[in-house]
Design a protein around this ligand. Structure first.
Ligand code: XMP
Length: 508
């Protein structure tokens, strides 16, 4: 994303740095999080800089330090928490350990007139989370707000556009936090608020055209929202020079393979379907260990994808649906939450492909907005997450064609009912688990001895933690009846009421 205005957020390792970026994006302003010491040389389009919080103290020998003179005087600067302390500390103010770590709600008082506090009144609630406190601000600065416990809750320079706030305007508990950030981003930095899904689509399509020219690109479609949006965006830019490969491992939802192929062909995307169900199901025969199943599926997936990709001889690029949070986590500067991101795996070296990641600047909800902007149907854009190994990890124990049939049919009834009752969009993820043992039942006058399924539905915001969804009893009763009546081989339906932690979303 170039040629637009942007805010740079220098990350000193705070847990809430991503939230700052979310808020700035909500102000329809592009922003980029960079490690604290990687302020760019090319500052084209930069309109302001935010310094994040940090788990460290400015006095810590290993504290993250930067040369503020590279920024001050060139761009407006807002320091948040550690950022404010760092400004104060390096410009001649004083930061000391607070008696106790201050955490939680506080209220602003003794407000002075300042462009940063425009429209924010006395008593406004703010959220504090800090161990150190600023006890003196540098010469040439003035206090603009306090709280009961913190004298220098906010301060500004009298001669240059530099502000510091001890509290966290980016968190929802700071009631006027968004207003404060708006004052900085729009009022002070002069954002024209032009960042929108439509502007993203038009500028990204133009950039992709310029970068890819007449090159051929391969993309592995998973059926999930990220790879789908990446595919449609690329297809807009380069048409049939994009080839999407969609592998059916035989463990997808009922009719999913056919509907993905139909949907994407309908959207004008050049898609090749590879039905490798037989190969996968044969390889899984008799395998009961969950990790073993995952390994087999992962290996075969890479082999199948590579075999198909290798047929596209003149391909120059591999496209992926990597999104911004994947990259921020892999770049995390404190090194605590490094996560290697999921990709299509080792493509043959001789193919020598370059990586193309058109969604690398977007947050998940922005990916969805861009998807809608591209005309992708709502049900694809808001589709629940589905695990790569598919039903193999929802069929406990060995997987065979019969268990896949049962799992697909029961899942189809459950998901269909969630949609019909308007519940689908209220939950994060849902599915059916097929238990390996049989239970006794009675149907008509007959004894039955068939399998049990478990309905699983959770609410979550990121799958790291999850609550079981409190679905209406009448709804559960209807689904249970439908499954037992219609799915041959099932005589019992249970509902999973475990949260994560200590359970996980999937059973295997
Ligand atoms: P758990 O079961 O760990 O799941 O609470 C968290 C999220 O990850 C998905 N999941 C997987 N996704 N390959 C994937 O691509 C896997 O092996 C896998 N296992 C779990 C799960 O569906 C949920 O969204």
């Amino acid at each position: 994303m170039n040629n637009s205005q942007k805010i740079i957020i220098l990350d000193f390792g705070s847990q809430t740095t991503q939230l700052i970026a979310r808020r700035v994006r909500e102000l329809r302003t592009f922003c980029e999080i960079l490690p604290y010491n990687k302020f760019p040389e090319d500052t084209d389009g930069v309109i302001g800089v935010i310094l994040s919080g940090s788990p460290l103290s400015v006095y810590d020998p290993s504290a993250f330090k930067i040369d503020l003179s590279a920024i001050r005087g060139r761009f407006p600067v807002l320091g948040i928490c550690y950022g404010a302390q760092y400004i104060s500390h390096t410009l001649g103010g004083k930061v000391e350990a607070a008696g106790t770590r201050e955490y939680g709600r506080a209220n602003l008082c003794d407000l002075e007139k300042s462009p940063l506090l425009e429209g924010i009144g006395e008593g406004s609630q703010v959220w504090m989370s800090h161990g150190d406190t600023i006890t003196a601000i540098p010469a040439g600065f003035r206090r603009i707000a306090s709280t009961q416990k913190v004298r220098f809750a906010a301060f500004e320079s009298e001669s240059e556009p530099v502000w510091g706030v001890q509290f966290h305007p980016e968190v929802a508990h700071s009631t006027d936090g968004k207003k404060l950030l708006e004052n900085f981003v729009v009022g002070i930095c002069g954002s024209r608020q032009e960042w929108s899904p439509a502007s993203f689509v038009s500028s990204t399509v133009a950039e992709l055209k310029a970068e890819l020219g007449n090159d051929r690109v391969i993309l592995g479609l998973s059926g999930g929202v990220d790879s789908s949006v990446a595919a449609v965006l690329l297809s807009r830019a380069i048409g049939d020079n994009l080839t999407c490969i969609f592998v059916n491992h035989g463990l997808l939802r009922k009719n999913e393979y056919e509907s993905v192929i139909a949907n994407y062909s309908g959207l004008g995307v050049n898609i090749i379907g590879v039905d490798a169900s037989e190969t996968f199901l044969n390889a899984l025969e008799g395998v009961t260990d969950p990790e073993q199943k995952r390994k087999i599926i992962g290996r075969l997936f890479v082999e199948t994808f590579n075999a198909e990709a290798s047929k596209i001889k003149d391909a120059r690029w591999l496209a992926q649906g990597t999104i911004y949070p994947d990259r921020i986590e892999s770049l995390n500067i404190t090194g605590k939450t490094i996560k290697s991101h999921h990709n299509v795996g080792g493509l043959p070296k001789e193919m020598n492909l370059k990586l193309c990641e058109p969604l690398k600047w977007l947050f998940k909800d922005e990916v969805r907005e861009v998807g809608l902007e591209l005309g992708i149907p709502r049900e694809l854009v808001f589709r629940h997450p589905f695990p790569g190994p598919g039903l193999a990890i929802r069929i406990l124990g060995a997987v065979d064609r019969e268990s896949v049939r049962i799992a697909q049919e029961a899942d189809d009834i459950f998901i269909g009912a969630l949609r019909r009752h308007g519940l689908y969009d209220k939950i994060w993820q849902a599915g059916v688990i097929l238990l390996p043992n049989k239970t006794v039942g009675v149907m008509g006058d007959e004894r039955t001895y068939e399998q049990a399924v478990v309905l699983r539905a959770v609410t979550s915001s990121d799958a790291m933690t999850a609550d079981w969804a409190d679905l209406p009893h009448s709804f559960l009763a209807e689904v249970s009846n439908d499954i037992i009546r219609n799915v041959k081989g099932v005589n019992r339906v249970c509902y999973d009421i475990s949260s994560k932690p200590p359970a996980t979303i999937e059973w295997e």
